[in-house]
Design a protein around this ligand. Structure first.
Ligand code: SF4
Length: 317
């Protein structure tokens, strides 16, 4: 039987060292710390403009990474990690090359370089640490920002009440390119997290890891609730855990029941202005997502019936 790593058996040596400058409760820091433990010392890291660049490595001459670390511009993670890998290949060195970008640098600004690297099947790992806005520059909306959320560019006033469009399904975009491995991860499901990192590390070709990373500052949440927010995101359908290998999607964790999205929203100031109509619109969108994601692994629902959706959850979910 395959022996799979878990949080007890995983490597304990840190390569994102303590003393970095992330905010208390930062989900990005938790994610990258554990990502780097599994990837190990024989890794080269590239980070574009993001919080991680500032708190992790970009304040020359200081760096919290104890492995080779590079950065250049915002939009080019897919291209730069392709070049780094080509350089190592030329030197005859087998090094794990990882690019770690935020949602702004992935969903929006870096999407073309990401797609190009995926299409060429570059032998690299691309990680998106998704905190659902441009947090490093003061919380501007990105393609990842959820419906209804306040940001500085989706303000709340008498005419506009936060973001009016829904979160882009980036995993679907990337996985559609038939890459070697793609997976979604949560810091609240750490065994699942480290197993997916290990699986990505073991494969060749283009691999994509999408990690939800709560941001207490931008989400206007208590820093002590980072884990609870990550867990509730999965239980309410705001995030789902699955992987795509050779074109086949596998759910790796299925919640027993769908919690109402309000349980998640009420812990975050960025959603506090949402009225019932907006909460119901978000809940209905989640019900459709939930049904598409989980229907194959549960007793079949009658696909001709609409799920009854309101702000209290989904009937039939
Ligand atoms: S602003 Fe958010 S993502 Fe950036 S360091 Fe602080 S908690 Fe982390």
């Amino acid at each position: 039987m395959e022996q799979r790593v878990n949080i007890r058996s995983m490597p304990q040596e840190d390569h994102l060292l303590s003393g970095h400058g992330a905010c208390a409760g930062c989900g990005v820091a938790i994610a990258v710390k554990n990502l780097m433990r599994v990837l190990g010392r024989n890794t080269t890291v590239y980070v574009p403009a993001s919080c991680l660049l500032i708190f992790g490595g970009g304040m020359y001459p200081h760096s919290a990474f104890d492995v080779p670390f590079l950065y250049s511009a915002f939009e080019n993670t897919g291209a730069v990690i392709s070049g780094i890998k080509a350089g190592y290949r030329r030197q005859g060195k087998d090094v794990t090359v990882v690019g770690i970008a935020g949602d702004g640098g992935t969903f929006d600004i870096g999407l073309q370089a990401l797609s190009g690297a995926a299409e060429r099947n570059e032998d690299v790992i691309y990680v998106c640490v998704d905190n659902e806005a441009y947090m490093n520059t003061g919380t501007q909306r990105s393609g990842s920002t959820p419906f209804g959320a306040w940001t500085t560019t989706t303000p709340v006033g008498s005419r506009v009440k936060g973001k009016r469009s829904f979160k882009k399904d980036l995993m679907a975009v990337v996985a559609s390119q038939d890459i070697a491995y793609a997976a979604t991860l949560s810091i609240a499901h750490m065994n699942d997290f480290v197993q997916k990192v290990e699986r990505a590390k073991a494969r060749k070709g283009f691999r994509f890891l999408h990690i939800m990373a709560p941001c207490p500052s931008g989400w206007k949440a208590d820093p002590s609730l980072t884990y609870d927010l990550a867990r509730l995101a999965v239980e309410t359908g705001m995030w789902s855990l699955y992987e795509v290998e050779e074109g086949e999607a596998h759910v790796t964790y299925r919640p027993k029941e769908m919690l109402p999205v309000g349980e998640y929203l009420k812990l975050q100031g960025r959603f506090k202005h949402m009225d019932r109509e907006d909460v119901e619109a978000l809940q209905a969108w989640l019900c459709r997502k939930w049904r598409m994601r989980y229907a194959p692994s549960q007793p079949p629902l009658d696909r001709t019936d609409d799920l009854a959706c309101d702000g209290d959850g989904c009937e039939g979910a």
